[in-house]
Design a protein around this ligand. Structure first.
Ligand code: GTP
Ligand code: MG
Length: 611
């Protein structure tokens, strides 16, 4: 092998726990490298370009971009910090030679810091640590840095890896500095450190063109785009190449267009150079992990592997009596096609046909990732029904093992009791408790993943929005036994019709209502949460009987309690195993899987008998 380096390029991924300031830092890198015209109006968090990313204020998909510093091109991948999108980080690290690990100067390393750092160390990347947000009033940068060292040691970093460069930054102000004492003025120290510390890409100068596809895109003009890093060699427009798919199938392709990154967008490239990240068009049938190379030397690179999915949900056609009224796309074949398309570009998602023809088992990294996929689909016009997320068990020596998470809780000590109680009902065990004596406690639990589904919302309510909870997948353990997913029953409509103020008003004492006057209902639809633990069939369409002796105005006096909007996430967490969420572009409804009250009663009777 004739190893050379491409001094003109650096490839970095920016990695961190959620909200530690990755995307904001990329904004500043753009601004200070002259990516934008002077006076150009640019939004905050440019890289969060998807609608849902902007609405939620979080990064969902890892994205490439590039800046120039002193004639050197720095390819940057802005990655998501939410654990459910961890697959995106794993996928993007194959394009990088180094990683900038951001750590919030107040929060310190958190579970996803651990996950992303572990993945980066495993790939042998050179790591730079940036203690970010040192402007926070509660910043404790020195302590945080110590915690980062501890984390490296805990992850068995080599001596070389432990010798990481450190910078302190206020990403939002575009400032980085080497020490806490100095007063930084801009990001020059960070740019320089990237150029000096991150190794330039290495390649085999004698090898022909070879590229690893790490992402897919789509353009109306160019069709499917294969995005990835050039490992060796060069390529030009019109070159005839081949793509090696999973299993070794070789497909020919002609390069119709070559592009590389400049700022957040792409520009045409005459030549794809080794080490650079390129966007290649000319092949429709390509997936992440494929190798694109020359026909003369068709050698596949190792495929991209990511961690296994941990939760699954059933996606099926919408079979409610209201099906097909609000969505454009309703057929199961279309739903399957859409899900298969998702699998192409979303490496952490897998789809399987389930036993019945009309439903599919979708597997992913967490219920939030699932909710984002469902939300994306409903915005595209799909209607479907989805089940409660279930964790994926493992079988080992005939024993059923379940995923266990290590949960870190930081909350006011007054909530210690309620948090501990709720987690122990869910078969969680406390493993550590630290009371700093300042009114706040830090607790550590080991909890089955299935106990955490839907618990986050409750946790926030229980701690009055002030608690912080983080977790990571610790491993698998023997099943810890059953516990109820919900301690309340459902209020179930017993007929088709429309919610009436009078009827709903008189049901309010029974529990929290999900519908209001004028909302359509059907038999088997869940219209509220029952205060008791059993389901109750009720009639929300009931009208006041009109009598001749009508006291004026009395029947209009039903002032309904305002309902909390039913969000997709709340719905997914609410439903039990015998219930479904009906999703359309306009509505989120809850329903019993079996709509007929009679059939449900027969089923319940049978269950009682057999138990
Ligand atoms: N105080 C302070 N806040 C910052 C700084 N940088 C970013 N923030 C804030 O931190 C929040 C999260 O910023 P993002 O850039 O979206 O964080 P992120 O790491 O990209 O988040 P994900 O991609 O969702 O993991 C935003 O409200 C920012 O305004 C900083 O230097 N100081
Ligand atoms: Mg981000």
């Amino acid at each position: 092998m004739n190893t050379s380096v491409n001094e003109k390029i650096r490839n970095i991924a920016i990695i961190a726990h959620v909200d530690h300031g990755k995307t904001t830092l990329v904004d500043a890198l753009f601004r200070q490298s002259g990516t934008f015209r002077e006076n150009q109006e640019v939004d905050d968090r440019v890289m969060d370009s998807m609608d849902l990313e902007r609405e939620r204020g979080i990064t969902i998909a890892a994205k490439n971009c590039a800046v120039y510093w002193k004639d050197i091109k720095i390819n940057i991948i802005d990655t998501p910090g939410h654990a459910d999108f961890g697959g995106e980080v794993e996928r993007s690290l194959v394009m990088a030679d180094g990683a900038v690990l951001l750590v919030d100067a107040s929060e310190g390393p958190l579970p996803q810091t651990r996950f992303v750092l572990k993945k980066a160390l495993e790939r042998g990347l050179t790591i730079m640590v940036v203690v970010n947000k040192i402007d926070r009033k509660d910043a404790r940068p020195q302590e945080v840095l110590d915690e980062v060292y501890d984390l490296f040691i805990d992850l068995e970093a080599t001596d070389d890896q432990l010798d990481f460069p450190v910078l302190y930054a206020i990403g939002r102000n575009g400032v980085a500095q080497h020490t806490l004492e100095e007063e930084g003025t801009d990001l020059t120290p960070l740019f320089d450190a990237i150029i000096e510390q991150i190794p330039p890409p290495r390649y085999d100068a004698a090898a022909p063109f070879q590229m690893l596809v790490a992402d897919l895109g789509y353009s109306d003009f160019l069709g499917r785009l294969a995005i990835g890093r050039v490992i060796n060699g060069h390529a030009k427009q019109n070159d005839s190449l081949v793509c090696i798919g999973e299993g070794g199938a070789v497909k020919p392709l002609r390069v119709t267009r070559l592009q590389t990154y400049r700022g957040p967008s792409v520009v045409d490239a005459l030549d794809a150079a080794p080490g650079d990240t390129i966007v290649l068009s000319g092949i429709e049938d390509v997936t992440i992990g494929d190798t694109i190379c020359t026909a003369a030397a068709p050698k596949a690179l190792p495929r991209i592997t990511v961690d296994e999915p941990t939760v699954s949900m059933k996606f099926a056609i919408n079979t409610s009596p209201l099906a097909g009224r609000e969505g454009k796309i309703v057929q199961s074949r279309k739903i399957l096609e859409r899900l298969e398309r998702e699998c192409l570009s979303n490496v952490a998602i897998k789809v399987e046909q389930s036993e019945d023809k009309d439903s599919f088992l979708v597997k992913g990294r967490g219920e939030f990732q699932m909710a984002i996929l469902i939300e994306t689909m409903r915005r595209e016009g799909y209607e479907l029904s989805v089940s409660r997320p279930a964790v994926i068990y493992k079988e080992e020596n005939g024993k059923r093992l379940e995923p266990i998470e290590r949960v870190f809780v930081d909350c006011d000590e007054t909530f210690l009791g309620v948090v501990t109680e709720k987690l122990s009902i869910r078969k969680g065990r406390m493993v550590n408790l630290v009371n700093h004596g300042k009114g706040r406690v830090r607790m550590e639990f080991s909890v089955p993943s299935r106990g955490l589904i839907g618990y986050r919302d409750e946790f926030l309510t229980d701690t009055k929005g002030t608690g912080i909870m983080n977790s990571y997948l610790e491993g698998y353990e023997p099943h810890r036994g059953d516990f109820p997913t919900r301690f309340t029953g459902s209020l179930v409509a017993d007929r088709q019709g429309m919610g009436v103020a009078y009827g709903i008003f008189h049901l309010e004492p029974r529990g929290e209502m999900f519908i209001t006057a004028g909302d359509p209902v059907y038999e088997g639809m869940i219209v509220g949460e029952h205060n008791r633990d059993n389901d109750l069939d009720i009639n929300p369409c009931k009208e006041k009987k009109l009598t001749n002796m009508r006291a004026s105005g009395k029947d209009e006096n039903c002032v309904l309690t305002p309902i909390r909007p039913m969000t997709l996430e709340r719905a997914i967490h609410f439903v039990r195993d015998d219930e479904l969420v009906e999703v359309t572009p306009l509505s989120i409804r809850l329903r019993k899987a079996e709509l007929s009250a009679t059939k449900r009663h027969i089923l319940a009777g049978q269950r009682k008998k057999s138990s």
